[in-house]
Design a protein around this ligand. Structure first.
Ligand code: TXA
Ligand code: MG
Length: 334
């Protein structure tokens, strides 16, 4: 029996999702970045259900999502301190695709935090996510833990169908998926560590360093070995079954020319028009970084589903607005 799939526009579906969360169940939750696999962040058994369903190691912390109405009160429920630069980031980017790592209150959400003394917090912008968080808050759920709704190490889902595919073996009682359409942002939130006295970028997303620095009022530092572990920051992540390889347009052209009809089993995702053998699964990457991010994971899934052994991708441009896409592709290729 497959998971239960309900349209997010339906108010009763929102209520059912909130009730599932309050009762310790799992919900496939649409957000503006990617779909999350959600559970009550303060219900240890429910959170263990997320780790089990994903096959994710229990020491990899999850992001806790809070409702948009009183985000500061929600933050204070989980975080023991909020530095001024983090306050400014919240004011500038919430609700939205930004996760802040803050020192965690000792007595809350330890399992969701993977045992770290910090907690990742985010207030999502997707109206369905907000409606569920609000309804769940009314039932006593202060925060909802939700990693991306994919099996550990796999490509994040950006549609409800992707989530259903990932967890096809979970029945109606085990997983309710809300269909909120294709995600607008398409790659996971930007993560900024706010526990070290200055902002540290742990995971790039669609917010550029310049935007983050302008809002924080402080330079953004790069992550180093002291940074907490984060599965989204593991080198090999976001991987389809086929091997991903990044090449520039010149290398791609030369390689397809040399291979000719032997290029079967290779799919192509490039901004530049490249000639390849007939029948080569091909997609054009948008010129616009936001549009490329929006479709990236769906395209990787689609090309993967053709059964190719290799997906050759044209290296994205170097501009900061491409940081998120470049990061995910580099990890997919690792
Ligand atoms: O856009 C997103 O962030 C999506 C949607 C569903 O909100 N969620 C997501 O979750 O990408 P996940 O678990 O796939 O990635 C969250 C990342 C992980 O790399 C995790 O290790 C890191 O956030 N993280 C969470 N809490 C942390 C903490 N206390 N310290 C360090 N890293 C943390
Ligand atoms: Mg993930």
């Amino acid at each position: 029996m497959p998971p239960l799939l309900l349209g997010a526009r339906d108010a009763t579906a929102i209520d059912r999702a909130a009730q599932r969360l309050a009762q310790g169940g799992l919900v496939g939750l649409p957000t503006e970045t990617v779909y999350g696999l959600a559970a009550d962040a303060e219900n240890a058994t429910a959170v263990q259900g997320i780790f089990a369903a994903k096959g994710r190691p229990a020491d990899h912390p999850l992001i806790v999502h809070v409702a948009p109405d009183a985000p500061r009160a929600a933050v204070d429920a989980f975080a023991s301190a909020v530095p001024p630069f983090a306050e400014r980031l919240i004011a500038a980017f919430w609700p939205g695709p930004l996760t802040l790592i803050l020192p965690r209150r000792a007595d809350v959400a330890a399992v969701a935090a993977g045992g770290q003394n910090s907690v990742g917090l985010r207030c999502p912008a997707h109206p369905a996510a907000q409606a569920v968080l609000r309804a769940a808050a009314g039932l006593g759920v202060r925060g909802v833990a939700a990693p991306s709704a994919n099996r550990f190490g796999r490509v994040s889902p950006t549609t409800a169908a992707h989530v259903a595919e990932e967890f096809a073996d979970l029945g109606e009682d085990a997983l309710l998926i809300l269909d909120g359409g294709a995600c607008d942002v398409g790659i996971e939130s930007t993560i900024v560590d706010c526990t070290r006295g200055h902002p540290v970028l742990l995971r790039p997303g669609v917010l550029t360093p310049a935007q983050l620095e302008a809002a924080a009022g402080e330079p953004l530092r790069a992550r180093d070995e002291a940074a907490p572990r984060a599965s989204g920051t593991l080198e090999s992540h976001y991987a389809p079954r086929a091997k991903v390889r990044l090449m520039d347009a010149k290398q791609l052209r030369a390689a397809f020319q040399v291979l000719g009809d032997d290029a079967k089993h290779i799919a192509l995702y490039s901004r530049t028009a490249i000639e390849a053998a007939r029948g080569t699964p091909k997609r054009r990457m948008p010129e616009d970084a936001a549009a490329a991010a929006q479709e990236l994971f769906a395209v990787l899934r689609e090309l993967d589903a053709t059964g190719v052994r290799l997906i050759w991708v044209e290296t994205p441009p170097t501009g900061p607005e491409w940081d998120g896409v470049r990061d995910r592709l580099n990890r997919a290729a690792a």
